[in-house]
Design a protein around this ligand. Sequence first.
Ligand code: 3HC
Ligand code: NAI
Length: 646
Amino acid sequence: MPVVTIAREGEIAVVTVDNPPVNALSQALRQGLWDAVDALDADPGVRAVVLICAGRTFIAGADVSEFGKPPQPPHLPDLVDHIESAATPWVAAIHGSALGGGFEVALGCRFRVALDSASVGLPEVTLGIVPGASGTVRTPRIAGIAAAVDLVTTGRPVKAPKARELGLIDAVVTGELRAAAVDFARAALDRPLPPPVSQRELTPPEPGFWDEREAAIARRARGDAAPLRALACLRKAAEAPFAEAMAFERATFLDLRGSDQAQALRAVFFAERAAPRPAALRDIAPLPLARIGVVGGGTMGAGIAAALRDAGLPVVLVERDDEAVARGIANLQRIFEGGVKRGKLAPDQAAARLAGVTGSTDYAALADMDLVIEAVFEEIGVKRAVFEELGRHCRPDAVLATNTSYLDPRLIADVVPDPGRFIGLHFFSPANVMRLLEIVPIPETRPEVLATGFALGRALGKIPVQAGICEGFIGNRILKRYRAAAEDLVRRGIAIAEVDAAMRGYGFAMGPFEAQDLGGLDIAFLQREGARAEGRDVPETLGDILVRAGRKGQKTGGGWYDYQPGDRTPHPSAEVAGLLAGQITPGEAMDRPAIAEHLVAQMAAEGEAIQAEGIAQSPSDIDLVEIHGYGFPRWRGGPMFAARKG
Ligand code: 3HC
Ligand code: NAI
């Protein structure tokens, strides 16, 4: 089946691209489009051409899997020029997403029409590269410099109506795209044609614009190279002639394509797409997920319920008494109101999300649920009591899940009649925001129940990763090693603030000590105390000393650092220095990159152990856990990727 076919509707030719799954611009597709331009230019009966795609989307970009190989002609920038200089005007008819090279092909067309559900964008920086086929040179010629800078340096796509406002789309259409695009093309022939994008004038920005954007982007990028390189391309586009700017963009693209950062980001791109559909579950159908219950409406329960509502699923929320139900509903209301404040939800949408939650104190309300997720206190007795109730009240085929962070799920499951339907679903806080979902089967968990966990992950737009049973599963186990290694550096005489600065320098938003101050030191402390109470040998940590002195983090005015009331800026603390004095042997000197390298190596070493024990399915799963659950810089690829790169 050819990837490009041509049909005729009178004097309008319709070029259809069909290269599943996302019409990526493989060599065959580039050649097919090139040949289509030539064939249609040779046909005197054709007055305009509509370019449309089969399947779920318009051209979604260059074929990322070709990036490791030498570029093959026809090269994409040449193809975009070839379309632009065709004898008859081309009209891109966009549905789904026109991204990266796909959008650049559309920019080579004289017009762009799109369904109102479509989006367009230049996500190249998210792959560690810059647009390589005129995205930085043509986009500002239609949308202006400021909008082009936003689009290109964030990589965030925009919906068709917004793209229309920016001039990137000429018409937003509804109904049948092909017919609408053909009509548009016919009507366009009756009017004078606009100049091709490459010939349009570019208005230079205000003085100071470039410096201001450069500073803002550098702050946000935290070491991610592509956004600043993309800004340099846009500046060139504003200051140099078209051909020179094109050459500069192409050179930057080729330079970045093989960089460590681009390799890391490509690995993450493919890992993220593989994770929701593990090969081992390919032939196993998940169970239905229409009715979902949540037990516990605290931090996690409310967050999980919000995530379910965001995905359009109705929720029954069970709490221990009426007051707790009201608190749970209030927690949800706060979450949705936050969405309204940030402009993510309209007030009526927020109201509808809340209305889809039914609060109850009666387990009978869970009688016909397909899945129930427990998020009550992290105490084995409380959890077992909850699952006894669930066993009594839920359908015998309902999937029963725990959100426990550290407890052994087997000890919870053993009160459930038929533990084959039991599973751990470990969400991260805030559960409606964080994309990581650790899925923890117990030995009895049936394959279709495991598949249901992954189906839930997909439905919620999460990155689901299977984890085996051990203390902390994948993520919290690595976190424990990371924190212990960071404390060890402090014991050896490295300043707390120096460790944090090193990890920020590596690309984390926060260092390990600042992060603990934000989240609270007491959670891990209580967990260690619990283990000590069970008679396990858990050595005293530096954090324990601080908690015993009442320093639990920002919420108590201080933890590893001191804080002024109402201000989150950390200040090195004389009190902490005094409390820890006896624990510290001064003398160790390490520069910041060496500190970061050491701590990342410790994470990777724990990852190796996790992998060797079969707790993780693959090193890339471990990387996804760190990136999506713990703020590991995406452009570093995760600790396992970084360790492999050396
Ligand atoms: N190249 C190669 N494969 C791609 C691809 C691409 N650009 N985009 C998606 N795929 C593959 C995925 O790996 C996945 O493969 P699998 O089924 O074997 O796992 C399959 O297509 C489907 O992808 P999704 O699961 O992501 O499908 P969705 O329907 O959820 O999303 C999409 C569709 C919005 C188009 C999404 O795939 C996407 O965002 N793709 C990436 C787009 C992108 O980054 N384009 C820019 C590329 S760089 C470029 O164009 C450079 C140029 O300037 C020169
Ligand atoms: P929380 O204290 O905020 O909420 C717990 C809720 O459970 C409370 O609203 C309480 O009223 C309710 N509850 C207690 N006993 C109950 C019972 N018998 N029946 C019904 N409801 C009951 O706690 P949080 O932080 O939401 O944690 C819940 C679970 O999620 C714990 O297992 C925790 O380890 C886990 N978790 C917590 C994360 C976090 O960052 N807070 C992250 C991931 C998992």
